[in-house]
Design a protein. Structure first.
Length: 230
């Protein structure tokens, strides 16, 4: 019998216990930086090296940490379910934690591209600096979706949501669109779960189980609760 489709939408909260800052918690990334300055096309145009350095630092941060029990727990669910992870995170902790089907809505920190062409993507482990050019002569930039930029994978994500038999949200404040709007595309009656240390407002998601715990504990509870759907 085919495995049930489990779709999991994740955000910065799932990587918090690995040691990566979230955005909107106290001491979050957006407390230390002006979002406009470091995560918009306007900011990049104004001071490209500042933006490149912001992501050079985040690339170092991600390289220095490990996936946590929440990432690994979601990967373990692939034994019994057809799992798709739709993440807003630019880190590679889902992949390093063992998940094999990950869709990055906001890009990936170890990828870069030319400012001229978003379809040719290069791997990058070190720094990108002003003057580093792609083959097409364009300045290289992180392959990250900044605010005010379109989210190329959103249509794919919507289609994945529509096919879900079970839906879970882990570690996102659900305040950034279009990602947050994905919760409206899952079939109305399917079982839904939210794992977050502080459950975010979710209008009126039907058939919802809220697990108000840190992700490393809450995902273990989720794994237990999902056993009855195998
Ligand atoms: N365990 C579970 N949940 C946690 C934990 C934890 N240890 N720590 C924080 N959280 C939760 C917070 O309660 C919050 O709901 O994770 C969520 C983090 O929210 P944000 O900081 O807003 O991160 P996220 O939702 O991923 O932001 C979405 O905004 O800045 C843009 O592009 C960026 O992808 C990002 C998007």
């Amino acid at each position: 019998m085919a495995k049930k489709k489990l779709v999991v939408l994740t955000g910065a909260g799932i990587s918090a216990e690995s040691g990566l800052k979230t955005f909107r918690d106290s001491d979050g990334l957006w407390e230390g930086y002006d979002v406009y300055e470091v995560a918009t096309p306007g900011g990049f145009a104004k001071d490209p090296q500042l933006v490149l350095d912001f992501y050079n630092m985040r690339r170092k941060d991600v390289a220095a940490v490990e996936p946590n029990a929440a990432h690994k727990g979601l990967a373990e669910l692939e034994t019994d379910f057809d799992v798709t992870i739709i993440t807003q995170n630019i880190d590679d902790l889902h992949e390093r934690g063992g998940s094999t089907n990950v869709l990055h809505l906001h890009g990936q920190i170890f990828q870069m591209r030319s400012v001229k062409n978003e379809s040719v993507v290069y791997e990058i482990r070190g720094n990108i600096n002003l003057g580093d050019l792609a083959e097409d002569g364009g300045q290289l930039r992180p392959n990250i979706v900044w605010f005010e930029e379109p989210v190329p994978m959103i249509e794919t994500a919507v289609e994945v949501m529509r096919t879900a038999d079970i839906f879970a949200v882990v570690g996102t404040s659900l305040v950034v669109y279009p990602a947050a709007g994905l919760v409206n595309y899952v079939p109305y009656q399917i079982p839904k779960f939210i794992v977050d240390k502080t459950i975010p407002y979710t209008q009126s998601l039907y058939n919802l189980t809220a697990i108000a715990k840190p992700a490393t504990e809450g995902v273990k509870d989720l794994q237990e609760l999902l056993k009855k759907y195998v």
